[in-house]
Design a binder for this molecule. Structure first.
Ligand code: UDX
Length: 442
């Protein structure tokens, strides 16, 4: 059992801190936001993540997990994890203000030699700079480790307990050993490397996954032109174990707090060492194009969208989260409003935030209410309750069922049994009338 401090109770810090306490460590999570800490001290989670809140409460009860906003409370920690945000700046680079602020406070607080583990996603070279920065401000010895996180929102606890790998980068064998011991109850393969390689593994992994998504989305556009079905193409590709079937789901592009930010940051980082990362720039460009796809399809189908009653189903960047950061829904709604459409939207988790962002949108309390009287409907996020909605509901609730499915939720066979027009991604359009002007044919 180790005494661990986690600085930053955002997504990564909180999930990691709670998980480490759950396997028996004594964990203190620190955040400079007193409101957040107050909530956490009462056993409430500020983020939406399945099973997290009961796990917080259980470990608080066992006295293994505590929350504070005072740096003095973490001065005895053997290992300090830094998990503060590194938000994106205008030019795509990461803002390191918070991480250096945390480093300064840690340097002032600790009263013994300590291992500092950086979990925040930081540009290559930052961990070394941070080590020097803290070392210059304390008489105690600082051992630095880069330990990137690979947690998916909505699956974060599962990813923490059953992840594919734990990457531990450090030039210090003692620190590497200490962090390996900290994680050993998880029974996950660990790989050890140097600081810079560990930092780059995180960016390279996310950039590669984003590349897979943009690749299949480009293939989906070709499918539409030649009358092929992208689901079949992805399945056939994925059966080759060298390619693998995951992250080949065509759709309206990736969003969230990681892929858009990390891909742009890697392009920027490459530029700093005079390497133009053409491939990744295209991946980003394709994703921007893809996020506009549904509106392009609607315009092609209807011409003008002025005054059209359009229902948007799903707002979060993916199911299982209330996160709207870089969500395709933001691009879609923004553009539809500019086109003069009248929008009704529904999402099981993300509406409180969406209401603040889009005062001009009407929000419905369930899918059926959202569809009532709509002229066009669009599936933007594939929540279970949205993708399992019987197609008859579209027929019953809409004047004329016209559905734009940005997540390919329904099989074409099923759609063909209904009286509706159906446009999806990388698959033939179904049931479109002669007046429909979409170029690809059923
Ligand atoms: C991602 C990484 O998976 C995780 O390892 C990293 O630490 C943080 O970034 P997350 O942002 O939570 O996690 O979402 P993820 O489930 O990976 O999905 C990202 C986006 O890609 C979503 O918008 C999703 O809709 C999209 N996606 C994913 C596709 O469009 N097609 C796919 O086949 C898979």
């Amino acid at each position: 059992m180790k005494k661990i401090a986690v600085v930053g109770t955002g997504y990564v810090g909180l999930v990691t801190g709670v998980g480490l306490s759950h396997i028996g460590h004594e964990v203190t999570c620190l955040d400079i936001d007193p409101v957040k800490i107050d909530l956490l001290q009462k056993g409430r989670s500020p983020i939406y993540e399945e099973s997290l809140e009961p796990m917080i409460q259980e470990n608080q009860k066992q006295k293994r997990l505590s929350f504070t906003s005072e740096y003095e409370d973490i001065q005895d920690a053997e290992i300090v994890l830094i998990a503060v945000g590194t938000p994106q700046q205008q030019d795509g680079s990461a803002n390191l203000t918070y991480i250096f602020q945390a480093a300064e406070r840690i340097a002032k607080t600790i009263n013994h030699d300590v291992t500092v583990v950086v979990k925040s996603t930081v540009p290559v070279g930052t961990c070394q700079r941070l080590r020097n920065y803290i070392q210059d401000r304390t008489p105690f010895s600082i051992r630095m480790v880069s330990n990137p996180e690979f947690l998916r929102e909505g699956n974060a606890l599962k990813d923490l307990f059953e992840g594919d790998r734990i990457v531990i980068g450090s030039g210090n064998p003692e620190a590497t050993q200490q962090v390996m011991e900290m994680y050993s109850p998880f029974d996950i393969p660990m790989m050890t490397t140097d600081l810079a390689s560990a930092e780059l593994i995180k960016y390279a992994s996310n950039a590669f996954l984003a590349t897979k998504i943009s690749f299949i989305n480009e293939i989906s556009s070709i499918c539409e032109k030649v009358g092929a079905n992208v689901e079949a193409v992805a399945k056939g590709m994925g059966m080759d174990r060298r390619i693998g079937s995951s992250f080949l789901q065509a759709g309206i592009g990736y969003g969230g707090s990681c892929f858009p930010k990390d891909t742009k940051a890697l392009v920027q980082m490459a530029g700093n060492v005079e390497h133009q990362f053409d491939l990744l720039e295209s991946v980003i460009h394709v994703n921007n194009k893809q996020q506009n796809k549904l509106v392009d399809q609607m315009k092609e189908r209807c011409g003008s969208l002025v005054g059209k009653r359009i229902t948007i189903l799903g707002l979060a960047f993916k199911p299982g989260t209330d996160d709207l950061r870089e969500a395709p829904s933001l691009v879609i709604i923004d553009r539809l409003l500019r086109e003069g459409a009248l929008i009704t939207a529904y999402d099981p988790a993300a509406m409180p935030r969406a209401k603040e962002l889009f005062p001009a949108v009407t929000f419905a309390s369930n899918v059926k209410e959202a569809l009532m009287g709509a002229e066009l409907a669009a599936i933007v996020t594939e929540w279970e309750e949205i993708k399992e909605l019987p197609l008859s509901h579209y027929e019953e609730s809409m004047e004329e069922a016209i559905l734009f499915d940005g997540r390919n939720c329904y099989s074409l066979e099923e759609v063909m049994e209904h009286n509706m027009e159906y446009y999806s991604v990388g698959r033939p359009a179904i049931g479109h009338t002669k007046s429909a002007t979409l170029t690809h044919k059923a």
